[in-house]
Design a protein around this ligand. Structure first.
Ligand code: ZN
Length: 118
């Protein structure tokens, strides 16, 4: 039965001399996350902190995951935008057609007046 010597041999937290830690540099580890847009972000966490599964990309705001090949899907939380975008799209289409029509009429008028030769 061994007693005493095994326990005394393990000294927890004793680092090599000269590497004394200053109080403000707690050991941290960097974790790399990738978002669906391929942005890479590397926040650092305290060694004993729990690493979150996903991290908001600081560049585009999308959720990022630690698995570069499998970023989280883009959340579809734009309930108002779709309708507004649809309306805007339709309006700009009409406006574009009107502008084109006006330009064509002006051009035809100028052509008929001999100002422009096509
Ligand atoms: Zn991003």
């Amino acid at each position: 039965m061994a007693s005493g010597s095994a326990i005394r041999g393990s000294r927890v937290g004793a680092g090599p001399m000269g590497e004394a830690e200053r109080g403000d540099t707690a050991p941290r580890r960097r974790v790399t996350y990738w978002c669906a847009n391929g942005h890479e972000t590397r926040p650092s966490f305290a060694i004993d902190a729990q690493i979150p599964e996903s991290w908001d990309c600081p560049r585009c705001g999308l959720p990022a995951s630690v698995d570069s090949g499998n970023p989280p899907p883009v959340p579809r939380n734009e309930p108002y935008k779709t309708h507004l975008a649809y309306v805007k799209e339709r309006r700009s289409d009409e406006e574009a057609r009107q502008i084109l029509e006006e330009a064509l009429q002006q051009l035809r008028a100028r052509v008929s007046r001999g100002e422009v030769i096509l």
